[in-house]
Design a protein around this ligand. Structure first.
Ligand code: B12
Length: 254
């Protein structure tokens, strides 16, 4: 039995979307309204609320961090507690996915207004990892900052991850894992990428990294904005390109 809005998100006004100080709806109100809509399995209303929040001026980053993320977290908790069934979780996730994809033109419009960063980033889930929405959102965050992105997503065999990375010229690869099991399979992907595409910067994230063993620390991203600054710094991408060129010219790659 679905019990949206779960108590964690019951904090919005009754009608949901009263205006915030700058005319944008408060994130908590959007969150509560989306939760109420999906409690009624009303995909159309949920998608509309998410799109209207952005149209009213809510930055995409805020929509992702303060509405979409907490909403899906609450769905996960509700499912874990047996209050939301699997099909209801699917309706919620697919509704959010529809909105995220529908918002891509906003991502591209914003991307066109920032300095392009000449760094290509590829995005993969390890085999059998179905949770791709978080990674898809991270791809948008890279786009919004001006990076070149190649979103591949779920269902990609590890050797193909290596091929794709080399073929698109990615110098940064983002991988995601949501469970301990998938964190283990991620290890194989990291090893294959380190051997097959040496010099590529590998980054990991996802629900499996809320706590993680210390060996993952070099790959884990704490603050995304600091990472963007580091990768976008001219010396950052020049150094990465040079190290890849060196590796290619001394014959250790390919
Ligand atoms: C939707 C969902 C599903 C959907 C996935 C649909 C899809 N295509 O994505 C379905 C129904 C398929 C599913 C299945 C399962 N799920 Co599920 N699922 C969720 C749920 C509710 C939302 C996931 C989501 O999209 N979150 C929102 C995004 C935005 O968050 P995120 O993924 O964490 O990503 C953010 C950050 O982590 C980060 N990030 C992610 N990747 C990366 C990568 C890099 C490089 C960086 C920098 C950052 C980064 O950025 C994102 C934005 O902030 C979560 C609950 C939750 N708390 O997340 C459970 C959850 C992830 N699922 C869980 C489980 C257990 C499962 C199943 C094993 C259940 C089962 N027994 O069958 C299966 C496994 C299926 C599989 N083979 O992968 C658990 C995992 C617990 C754990 N850590 O061990 C969770 C946490 C639910 C819970 N509370 O227990 N699930």
């Amino acid at each position: 039995m679905l019990e949206h809005p779960p108590e964690e998100v019951e904090d919005g006004s009754e009608d949901g979307l009263s205006s915030g100080p700058e005319g944008t709806p408060p994130a908590k109100a959007v969150l509560a309204a989306v939760a109420r809509s999906l409690a009624a399995h009303d995909r159309e209303a949920a998608v509309r609320l998410l799109l209207e929040a952005v149209a009213a001026g809510m930055p995409l980053e805020k929509l992702y961090s303060d509405v979409v993320g907490p909403f899906l977290d609450s769905v996960g908790v509700s499912w874990q507690q047996g209050r939301t069934s699997i099909w209801q979780e699917h309706v919620a996730t697919q509704s959010v996915r529809t909105a995220v994809e529908a918002l891509y033109p906003h991502v591209l419009a914003q991307k066109a207004s920032v300095e392009p960063v000449p760094v290509t980033v590829a995005f993969f889930c390890p085999p059998s990892e179905a949770h791709d929405l978080g990674l898809r959102i991270i791809a948008d965050r890279f786009d919004l900052r001006g990076f070149r992105t190649v979103y591949v997503g779920a269902g990609t065999p590890v050797p193909q991850m290596v091929d794709a990375t080399i073929e698109v010229g990615a110098t940064v690869v983002c991988l995601t894992a949501s469970t301990h099991f998938h964190r283990t399979t991620l290890r194989d992907a990291v090893t294959a990428l380190e051997n097959g595409a040496p010099g590529v910067r590998i980054l990991v994230g996802g629900a499996a990294f809320r706590e993680y063993p210390p060996e993952w620390a070099p790959y884990f991203v704490g603050d995304l904005d600091s990472l963007f600054d580091e990768l976008a710094a001219p010396e950052g991408h020049d150094a990465e390109r040079e190290s890849l060129v060196e590796e290619n010219t001394d014959g250790s790659v390919d």
